[in-house]
Design a binder for this molecule. Sequence first.
Ligand code: GAP
Length: 439
Amino acid sequence: MPPEMDDVVNLCKRRGFVFPSAEIYGGFRSTYDYGPLGVLMLRNVKDAWWRTMVQLRDDVVGLDAAILSSPRIWAASGHLTTFTDPLVDCRNCKERWRADHLEPDPEDGAVHCPNCGSTDLTEPRSFNLMFKTYVGPVEDDASVAYLRPETAQGQFVNFLNVLQTSRKRPPFGIAQIGKSFRNEITPGNFVFRTREFEQMELEFFVPPSEADRWFEYWCRERLEWYVKLGIPQDQLRLRPHAQEELSHYSSATADVEFSFPWGWGELEGIANRTDFDLRAHAEASGERLDYLDQTTGERYVPYVIEPAAGATRTMMAFLIAAYDTDEIGGEPRTVLRLDHRLAPYQVAVLPLSRKDTLVPTAREVLGLLQPLVMCDYDETQSIGRRYRRQDEIGTPLCVTIDFDTLDDREVTIRDRDTTQQSRVPIDKLVEEIKGRLVL
Ligand code: GAP
């Protein structure tokens, strides 16, 4: 049974994963802040992606491009003209809607405003999703700039720089993680669709004749990534786009979708962007963005296979998939069964009591583990309540220091999922934790 969305949203707020932004001012239009636990988990999601996509490969390098850059990028990429949603206005209540999200009423066949029910709607008009700003002190046409709506263009405009400095040649990829901004008309479903979000995008440059093969390869790899990090296979699917759904740059796209409490939703799109972007930027900039294969003498514009994921949206999917409730000793508990690589804390160090006698040893244990993993330290409330709190925030292991520890220098390790406990000498604790968390 998937959890209710409200349960997950409440847990996020109550435990400090995600807060509505500017809450003391009443919030700010579907923007969110990542709290002490959220910032750890989001970082873990991004690290897990970077590890798989960059660290464990020899054919991918990283990049961190500017968010503000030349508006010529967006003219060449097609975003200025085609990155739009069709909008209609309700003349009665003045609300604005995405035309493609409105369905005709089955009874009268008319399209009604979802807010007031009026049928007095304007014709659809194109609305560009990029946030516009001005660079420098003068607000005129010459100083217009845009916040990037995707990280991907950074990879395309740096293609030559990377090719010349990294000693890579196709097939090779450039990976980037960073913030993107879209003036979404209908943000919602918590952090699923927001106006400011983080993306994790790989642009993988291949010889055109190999594009289909690499597209299939990346579809398989990306689906597997989510499974390996704990999302059950039956809550995921790969959905190929129909021809009419394809973006202006794509010849084939498949989405990795997750079964959210409200239905299937996209986590990541894998697209064959062909040579669209490199050709567009070559033409607009006058630079030659191609590759000369020294062995065959062939010169070609590489095709690009792009697995493009959302970090914030993916973190939410991991939270929903991990959310569980069960009973321990007749007591209900909420537990986040997060993979240890994604959990905010891997270990909680808990002295049984706040008494001065236990604290020095607990702090000694904390000092041993902190260089290894992210640790929480908590000495207040009963040990049972502290275990429940750690279960609810997904901490895989608790290490408890009790009065016996002072005599035998052994601590108790408690497992989140089984709640089983075992005693381990402090001398062997680092090895034990490494073994259990497969570090
Ligand atoms: N470079 C291709 C590209 O940006 P996209 O499908 O528009 O493709 C990729 O975006 C991923 O970014 C999506 O699958 C989603 O996870 C995330 N994403 C897109 N818009 C988002 C939004 N408004 N809020 C949160 N995540 C978003």
